[in-house]
Write a protein that binds this ligand. Structure first.
Ligand code: ZN
Length: 452
């Protein structure tokens, strides 16, 4: 940030860098070994770990519930899985890595030749040390994932395969946490929690959302915040289906995913493209000093696909670092605890906080002295803002805020137009309100209407 905001200074006091970065990482370390999928006890265990930080409520939706075009699937749980050779040795062991089993594998126990086994094995020949992550949610089958190197050591033999799993009537589990603000207008923060031992893809987003919620719950907010910890795709479809009457409260939203790697920041705009969340994210990233990329909406990726489906078209963007599928470690055992770093998690949390802060403080004001410029010196404002470069910058910001506070330009609009940091603009707007040169405009101008 060019001018470090009061807000971020406060944030850093409450959540100091090194300490918070370590805690974010520690949460990931605790969640890493849990075998998660789109349903099952792994989700419950994950949510109960998150409950040690924030009081989320856990929802259980029964198998068979109709959710738009989809149906809540059977619940999947797994105790153990292995491939044993004829000597009784486990050549592949689920206990060594939960990625070894095709997620949602049906139970199986039988003897097979190597040739018969091959049809059920997934490897990554391009990365012979890595185990791929594979799922089969809607097609009942079984399989094992292993490194190409492990696969190469398998000799002709009689193998015993066992997947001790259960696929039966149960529930889809998700977590929800609402922090009430002064208004009912909501900011939605959504992350997926359905991947097993994968760090950047799913655990980094969970950790960021958890610490972000912790912060939001300790401060006073204009907006109500709704945090969703849901299994990807089916989770957001289920939530939207069960909460359709309340969906219109969501005025802004972010899907958070892939925030722990060293890559540059990446913001995928909402389907609308001109939503306030798009403007705020662009603005904050531009002033963040971090390398970043902003892309238009496209209909694949994470849960923004559902939030931005045409029947909802919610103003929800997707925030992360290197996008899914654009790093080789994606959906492999190499997306592990070494792939992510505490410092990147914390940087991501800071940017996310700044975006939410911009949204929460983006207001329209009316200049109370609109006929020619007011005399700032007479009112003691020059003394208030001080001298030097900082004073000059503030003076310039004041001129921008006074000139464009005509009820048609929000503080973000003024920040965009002037090229000055949002926090600087907001700071001088607060000052001008204190000196009765600005009044908050009670009604917002809906976006999309012609501006003055
Ligand atoms: Zn994924």
């Amino acid at each position: 940030m060019t001018a470090e905001s009061m807000n971020l200074i406060e944030f850093k006091k409450m959540f100091p860098g090194e300490d918070t970065a370590e805690k974010m990482y520690k949460l990931i370390e605790r969640l890493y070994p849990i075998c998660r999928s789109i349903t099952g006890n792994g989700l419950r265990e994950t949510l109960s770990e998150i409950q040690k930080h924030i009081p989320i409520s856990v929802k259980e939706i029964p198998t068979g519930t109709k959710v738009f075009d989809w149906t809540v699937p059977k619940e999947w749980n797994i105790n153990d899985a292995y491939i044993k050779n004829s000597k009784g040795e486990r050549v592949i062991d689920f206990k060594a890595s939960n990625l070894h089993v095709l997620s949602y594998s049906i139970p199986i126990q039988k003897k097979l030749s190597l040739n018969e086994l091959k049809d059920h094995i997934y490897t990554l020949p391009d990365h012979p040390d890595w185990i791929p992550y594979r799922t089969s949610y809607y097609d009942e089958k079984w399989g094992f994932c292993m490194s190409q190197n492990q696969f190469s050591t398998l000799k002709e033999d009689d193998y015993e395969v066992c997947i001790d799993s259960r696929l039966e009537e149960g529930h889809l589990t998700y977590g929800e946490y609402v922090v009430q603000g002064r208004t009912r207008d909501e900011i939605l923060i959504s992350c997926h929690i359905c991947h097993p031992s994968l760090c950047n893809d799913n655990l980094s987003g969970i950790s960021l959302a958890t610490f972000f919620a912790k912060y939001i719950s300790r401060i006073s907010n204009e907006h109500t915040y709704r945090f969703l910890f849901i299994p990807g795709t089916i989770g957001s479809i289920t939530w939207l289906s069960l909460n359709e009457p309340d969906v219109s409260k969501i005025k802004h939203g972010l899907v958070i995913a892939g925030v722990g790697d060293s890559g540059k920041f990446h913001y995928k705009s909402s389907r609308r493209g001109d939503a306030e969340i798009d403007q705020a994210s662009r603005n904050v990233l531009k002033h963040s000093g971090h390398e970043h990329e902003i892309v238009d909406f496209f209909p694949y990726g994470y849960d923004e696909r559902q939030y931005c489906s045409p029947g909802f078209n919610l103003p929800v963007g997707c925030f992360g670092r290197t996008p899914h599928g654009q790093y080789p470690e994606y959906h492999t055992s190499a997306d592990n605890l070494e792939f992510i770093r505490p410092v990147y998690l914390y940087e991501s949390l800071l940017v996310c906080t700044a975006i939410a802060h911009a949204i929460d403080n983006n207001r329209y004001y009316m200049n109370q002295n609109p006929k020619c410029e007011p005399l700032l010196g007479k009112r003691g404002l020059y003394d208030k803002i001080g001298g030097g470069n900082e004073g000059q910058e503030k003076q310039l910001a004041m001129l921008w805020v006074l000139n464009f506070s005509d009820g048609n330009h929000s503080l973000l609009d003024i920040s965009d137009r002037s090229g000055l940091d949002f926090e600087l603009i907001k700071g001088v707007a607060d000052l001008l309100v204190e000196y009765q040169l600005l009044n908050r405009k009670s009604e917002r101008i809906p976006r999309g209407l012609p501006r003055g």
